[in-house]
Ligand binder design. Structure first.
Ligand code: GLU
Length: 552
């Protein structure tokens, strides 16, 4: 029997001369401080990066960083059909944009690190060493079943309500004679390499996931595919070999992998590897009417990471939102530490959600408003301009015509302990600032009805004469109050409230008329500041133009 296995290993892998021991030596355990975690992300280069990918990525990065470990990028490019040109650059740049930088792995300039190659497509020789080893120990075998044969057993299994797959008596080639295999292989019949699973039906395993806790799962007894017919490994086999040889200590991945975990644990055991610690992260759920469903690439534009950049959410805001979903105590920590960087947060695996976190764009908007309102006007100008350069050319040209003016606009309402929370993303900037630019200016709101047309006319006409950009804020407001009083309005809301019958309204009504005349809207940032930025001529022109649209 042993001899048969060795002969079979030689037959299938005649050119493999390295042994697992050789690889152990080539990729020795890392010399890292006690407790240092080695983590990785292993995306496939499909050209699409899901927003959900940020979750394992941030978790992995935080675990490595906070423990003085290593965070690496491996590319799972074994599926040729899904590979897209430029996708690796997209992956690297997308993560970099959110501040995720790798210590090791695939880079734009090739591999960096001593544990590569880091692209699975370049690791075939490594997988084959272990494949040969498993065959030589009777733990893997070639399977020549055709697609039709496989379909047939699947149908039969479905009829009998059995687990689908190749295992036990369903496996035609599990215990096939060497001579027969030799004949088939030598005549070029395609085959896959299957695990000879030692598991048994009804067997259970227990396992502790660092996020999900203690789990009891069915033992794997299916002879899963290790190498596809082109000699390329499946995810399962590559995961075991790569994470072992790259000396990864913590595997953070989506919970969709939980169902194959029994196979993975079995593989680690049969290969003689110590399994890593696992963190299976809950799927992102979206509220859809009364029910919840997975955030879907097909139905939800916000499932794509590119969406956030195109909408102009600052990277800091997206990261902040991801952190609030990842650790249940992050928001509270942030409340007490508004000035600290997210990197100072004591990220804890124990605070991760066991079941699906709810994804909510409104919540992201809130988080983002909070982040943006604490930025300096200079920073906002810089980020908006960068964003507009790529996503709104017209706005970019307007802003860059006079960046210091743009900065003054963004400075309005930013001082003090309660800065205005006007913006949640840069795509809102165009509308937000449109009244500062004659090219974008549009009258959105009509004059309020509580001030008569005659008074509106009077306010505008008089104000054209008294407005002076040289006035400071106090004098500016005094003039408004005087005007109010002259026209029979109270100088303050308080005064009005005390005697509502003796006046037509209060100073707020006067400023509302001016606000609508100058900005075209009922709500705007501080009107004094707005007028200061617009300057004498443009304020006067807006006032005069407004006179023409008063409805009698
Ligand atoms: N390529 C796998 C994925 O994109 C990686 C899963 C893992 O992290 O092991 O889902």
């Amino acid at each position: 029997m042993e001899d048969k296995n060795l002969r079979l290993a030689e037959l299938l892998f005649p050119n493999v001369t390295d042994t697992p021991e050789d690889l152990e030596k080539r990729f020795p355990p890392r010399e890292l401080p006690e407790g240092a975690k080695v983590t990785r992300i292993a995306p496939s280069p499909t050209g699409f990066v899901h927003f959900g990918n940020l979750f394992p990525a941030f978790t992995s990065e935080r675990l490595a960083r906070l423990s003085g470990g290593v965070f690496l990028l491996r590319i799972e490019d074994t599926d040729n059909q899904r590979r897209v040109e430029g996708a690796v650059e997209t992956i690297i740049n997308s993560f970099k944009y959110y501040g995720l930088e790798f210590d090791e792995g695939v880079t734009e300039k090739g591999d960096a690190g001593a544990y590569g190659p880091y692209s699975q497509s370049q690791r075939a020789h490594i997988y084959h060493v272990y494949a040969k080893d498993l065959v030589s120990r009777g733990l893997a075998y070639p399977c020549f079943m055709t697609k039709e044969e496989l379909e047939k057993i699947r149908d039969r299994q479905a009829e009998l309500k059995l687990l689908p797959g190749v295992y036990g008596k369903w496996s035609k080639y599990r215990d096939c004679e060497f001579e027969q295999i030799k004949e088939l292989a030598e005549s070029g019949v395609p085959y896959v390499l299957r695990l000879r699973s030692p598991g048994s039906e009804g067997g259970r395993i227990t396992f502790t996931d660092l996020v999900k806790g203690k789990l009891e799962l069915d033992e794997n007894y299916v002879d899963g595919v290790l190498l596809k017919s082109d000699g390329i490994p499946t995810y399962h086999f590559a995961h075991a070999v790569d994470d072992h040889l790259m000396r990864v200590t913590h595997v953070v991945r989506g919970e969709e992998w939980l169902s194959s975990l029994p196979l993975h644990l079995q593989l680690f055991r049969l290969l003689g590897f110590k399994p890593p610690k696992y963190l299976h992260i809950s799927l992102l759920m979206k509220q859809d009417g009364a029910s919840k469903r997975k955030l879907s690439k097909r139905h939800d534009p916000e499932a794509a990471l590119t969406y956030y950049r195109a909408q102009g959410y600052p990277a800091d805001a997206v990261r902040e939102y991801v952190m609030t979903l990842l650790n249940s105590n992050y928001e509270e920590w942030r409340m007490h530490n508004p000035e600290l960087c997210y990197e100072d947060f004591p990220f804890a695996v124990s605070k991760m959600a066991k079941s699906g976190s709810l994804f909510d764009l409104d919540k992201l908007d809130d988080v983002s408003k909070n982040i943006i309102c604490h930025m300096t006007a200079g920073r906002v100008t810089e980020l908006v301009t960068d964003w507009a350069r790529e996503f709104d050319r017209e706005l970019y040209l307007l802003l860059s015509r006079d960046l210091s003016c743009a900065e003054r606009i963004f400075a309005i309402g930013r001082e003090g302990s309660k800065p205005r929370k006007d913006l949640s993303k840069w795509s809102e900037v165009r509308r937000y600032i449109s009244f500062f630019y004659d090219e974008l200016f549009e009258r959105e709101d009509d004059f309020a009805e509580n001030v008569s047309a005659a008074d509106t006319r009077e306010i505008l006409t008089r104000y054209v004469d008294i407005y002076s950009p040289d006035d400071n804020a106090e004098i500016w407001f005094e003039k408004l109050k005087e005007l109010a009083s002259d026209l029979g309005y109270a100088k303050t809301p308080k005064e009005y409230k005390a005697a509502p019958d003796s006046c037509k309204g209060h100073v707020g009504d006067i400023s509302m008329v001016l606000r609508i005349a100058v900005t075209g809207r009922r709500t705007s940032p501080d009107l004094y500041c707005v007028m200061q930025i617009l300057g004498r001529e443009r304020v006067k022109k807006r006032l005069c133009d407004a006179l023409n649209i008063i409805k009698e």
